[in-house]
Design a protein. Structure first.
Length: 278
């Protein structure tokens, strides 16, 4: 697998201090990923070792494993999760909320990326306007006091709307309420039980997804989400099914526990379940 990564912290730092630079220089590195140490991840992403260690401590970004000497090791899925964390940091979410959002079963990574692209585009336009303004001052001097180029209202409003969309939905509020007193052991138990449902889906892969047993498994999944996270309506379940087979970390995790093709099989079964209840 190949992963493209920005040097996020340096990039955003430059983006947010445009008056000090004439251009934003950023680079990404495309490299076949194997297991990486915390030092290697830090050098690749620009995130400090201390920050990565802190993310491990609070359970936000756990290493895939530890060496016998206690060194942290990360893989592609770890780096993908780190990207998601940094994107939400740019939307000014607290780390505690970021963890709950990206761990939630209904987290839509593609939607988050679309919103971030839109926000970055706005910031890019804002930066270009500031550069043009600064060049104008350098060339002809200040002829009048114009502060419009410093206005970030549009960016702030979009960022606020995006944040509200992720953090203020009824599902998120319900999820937050149900899990507010969970310990790390509670989180681990729920995660294991949730993934066990896909182990069971994997054992049914050779069956017709419309088979009654498979459809009962879909209902079991829906009930589990409702009982432990938030009310999982048929419509929400349908959206989750498409996410499960949509690629990325979630699809990989499902296929890892249930076998290759489990995510796609579960998605088809959920779609049939949804259509049968419309």
């Amino acid at each position: 697998m190949f992963v493209k990564l920005f040097n996020f912290e340096n990039f955003f730092e430059k983006l947010l201090t445009p008056t000090q630079r004439n251009s934003v220089e950023y680079a990404y590195r495309e490299e076949e990923m194997t297991m990486m140490t915390v030092n290697e991840v830090s050098k690749l992403t620009g995130v400090s070792i201390r920050t990565l260690q802190y993310y491990d401590t609070i359970g936000l970004l756990k290493p895939i494993e530890y060496t016998e000497s206690g060194y942290r090791l990360y893989d592609d899925t770890s780096l993908e999760r780190l990207q998601q964390i940094l994107l939400f940091r740019e939307l000014e979410f607290p780390l505690k909320e970021i963890k709950k959002i990206i761990d939630a079963p209904n987290f839509d990574r593609n939607k988050a990326l679309e919103q971030q692209i839109e926000l970055l585009t706005m910031k890019k336009e804002h930066l270009e306007n500031l550069i043009s303004f600064a060049r104008g001052i350098k060339g002809i001097g200040v002829k009048y006091m114009d502060f419009k180029v410093f206005d970030t209202t549009k960016i702030d409003e979009y960022s606020k709307r995006a944040k509200e969309q992720w953090g203020q939905t009824s599902e998120f509020k319900e999820f937050e309420e149900k899990t507010k007193n969970w310990t790390k052991d509670d989180e681990a138990t729920a995660a294991n039980e949730f993934m066990q449902l896909f182990v069971e889906f994997g054992q049914m892969k050779e069956m017709n997804p419309a088979d009654e047993q498979v459809q009962l498994q879909v209902r079991k999944l829906q009930d589990y989400i409702t009982n432990h996270f938030y009310t999982c309506s048929d419509k929400i379940l349908c959206g989750l099914g498409r996410m499960y087979a949509g690629g990325g970390e979630l699809t990989e995790n499902i296929d890892n526990v249930g076998g290759t093709g489990t995510a796609e099989f579960a998605s088809k079964a959920i779609d049939i379940f949804y259509m049968s209840r419309k």
